[in-house]
Design a protein around this ligand. Structure first.
Ligand SMILES: [Zn+2]
Length: 95
């Protein structure tokens, strides 16, 4: 029997500018597939709502704070756009 794999632990994010705790990824050139619901009123198109979405492809532009939009930068001031770079930044900014 092998040792059971450890459950991944989410790293905390604290925005350097506003201390917000939610981190988001910004991507470009992404193909998005969405389930949609088309609504009518009196026979006319009224609204389109989105359900589940899946993404394909795309390149990471940056990671940023959801609350204030502060972009996560390296010590030398360049934008972090890889998961490895983000992981290193988060590891050095844990409480
Ligand atoms: Zn912030």
């Amino acid at each position: 029997m092998s040792t059971p794999a450890k459950a991944p632990t989410p790293l905390e994010f604290h925005c350097p500018r506003c201390n917000g705790s939610r981190l988001e990824e910004v991507m470009d050139n992404v193909t998005v597939m969405s389930r949609i619901f088309v609504h009518e009123v009196d026979g006319e198109l009224a609204d389109v709502n989105y359900g589940d979405q899946t993404n394909e492809n795309g390149e990471i532009i940056q990671f940023q704070c959801v609350k204030c939009g502060a972009v996560i930068l390296t010590e030398s001031g360049s934008t972090i756009n890889t998961y490895e770079g983000l992981f290193a930044w988060l590891k050095s900014h844990q409480p």
